[in-house]
Ligand binder design. Structure first.
Ligand code: ADP
Ligand code: ZN
Length: 444
């Protein structure tokens, strides 16, 4: 319990965070009890799940320990689409107090539901998230996640209020006003996507505002993959600590996992969301430490239980205890989602590999876009990358030199030839939410 006191001294401990520190045995017992209840609930109220259980010759009684979980059928994203809009709800609409939908990065939106209790759990895991990022009552939090059907805005909002902080519900967009508010209201923490914060920093410097001189000390960034290189950049340019948080609509929204002050992996709030890592090809469960697809089972969700939901996010469960004292397990930062990957001339490429390679070369801004096309039947990959105003106004020689360096860095990282185009500052379109990194014109 000494670690709890230490964290409390750092202003990090909130009573709602108590489950973060449960002794292992107690945590596993809690998980098993909840899992049994969840499987029964899904079996009784989710037609699709019951059918699959029957096909597999299973009943809820077959879950006697956490080790039985791999015997249960998976749930996948298309299940949500196929049963659109309300087919997986396990509560009558009368008990549903909120609906959300995914941002639809990969197609038709999917709809999710919350009971009053689900909303309370969501707030509590967001309090635990913000507390793990070192925030507390007294902080002034600018919430620039989009409010609306997207879960980011309201998720962070309720968490920040329940934490006792002051929330500024500014939502995404209107960047000049964001900067004015950040400066005038004495904002100490901001919640948004990492790519939007990068945009805010650029705009602030154009407006002559030095974010480093403001009280802002923490960024709570999630909803899209971002690299350690980008973290270093925004921490230095913003004079903040940048924390990674993780969540997805299907499971609850933001609040599934969060970094702590160690910034070394994200703690999963596993008393509510039970993790497994599987081989995405075979579906086999992999041992701790090995990388694969994250599968999550909700343990307390009433309106929409998710049993063994395949997230398509690639990570590993880290077996080592965290120096912060939390006993809930961590996952490695999610560098990619399996549906982000594109194949070019037979080589698998993730946007995060491109980002990491670009950020090793000085003179560019971390704004980039990947354009895929097909010429004479051959796949072509172009990476457009913005260069700093200083470099852009430099001599042609310097630009050529930079272009060569970037091509080399990319070819080393990806093992394929890539065309690099240097573009001026602010030419690549900015997003208020998730950045769109890849434009695929190969089938046009
Ligand atoms: P979608 O983007 O599928 O429309 P969501 O808005 O629910 O739906 O986004 C959830 C997805 O966003 C996750 O499955 C994951 O791929 C990505 N994501 C969320 N947080 C992070 C993070 N911190 N790092 C990397 N990816 C993240
Ligand atoms: Zn920790």
């Amino acid at each position: 319990m000494t670690t709890m006191v230490k964290d409390a001294a750092a202003g990090e401990f909130h009573p709602v965070s108590t489950p973060d520190y449960l002794p292992q045995a107690q945590l596993r017992a809690l998980q098993l009890g909840r899992l049994k209840g969840m499987v029964l609930r899904a079996y009784q109220h989710q037609e699709l799940f019951r059918q699959r259980m029957v096909q597999a010759g299973l009943t809820p009684d077959d879950v006697e320990s956490l080790e039985d979980l791999p015997r249960l059928p998976f749930t996948v994203k298309t299940d949500l689409r196929d049963t659109y809009p309300f087919g997986l709800f396990a509560s009558p609409m009368q008990d549903v107090v909120r609906l959300h939908a995914s941002s639809g990065t990969t197609g038709k939106p999917i709809v999710v539901a919350y009971t009053q209790q689900d909303v309370a759990v969501w707030s509590s895991v967001m309090v635990r998230t913000l507390a793990a990022c070192g925030l507390h009552a007294g902080d002034i939090i600018q919430n620039a996640y989009g409010y609306g059907l997207f879960t980011g805005g309201l998720g962070a909002h309720y968490g920040a209020e329940a934490l006792g902080a002051t929330v500024i519900p500014i939502s995404g967009g209107n960047t000049d006003r964001q900067i004015m508010v950040m400066r005038d209201f004495g904002v100490t923490a901001i919640c948004c996507t990492p790519s939007y914060f990068l945009h805010l920093l650029d705009r602030a410097s154009e407006m002559g505002v030095d974010v480093r001189s403001l009280p802002l000390r923490a960024g709570v960034f999630g909803a899209e993959p971002w690299t350690d290189e980008l973290r270093l950049h925004v921490e230095q340019a913003g004079g903040i600590k940048a924390y990674d948080i993780y969540g997805l609509t299907e499971i609850i929204g933001p609040g599934v996992g969060s970094e702590c002050r160690c910034q070394d992996g994200l703690h999963l709030f596993e008393d509510h969301f039970y993790p497994e890592i599987i081989n995405p090809q075979t579906g086999q469960v992999l041992p701790e430490g090995q990388e694969g697809e994250l599968v999550l089972t909700t343990l307390s969700k009433q309106a929409m239980p998710m049993i063994r939901y395949r997230t398509r996010d690639i990570t590993a469960v880290l077996p080592e205890p965290c120096p912060c004292g939390r006993t809930i397990r961590r996952i490695r930062r999610i560098s990619r989602r399996s549906d982000d990957m594109f194949i070019i001339r037979g080589v698998n490429v993730f946007p995060s590999q491109v980002e990491a390679a670009l950020l090793t070369v000085e003179g560019t801004l971390p704004h980039y876009q990947i354009i895929l096309s097909r010429e004479k039947g051959l796949d072509q990959m172009e990476v457009q990358v913005e260069v700093t105003p200083e470099v852009f106004s430099d001599k042609v020689r310097a630009l050529e030199e930079l272009q060569k360096k970037l091509s080399r860095a990319l070819e080393n990282a990806l093992n394929i030839r890539v065309q690099v185009s240097l573009v001026g500052p602010r030419t690549i379109q900015r997003s208020e939410g998730k950045a769109k990194r890849v434009i695929d014109r190969r089938n046009q």
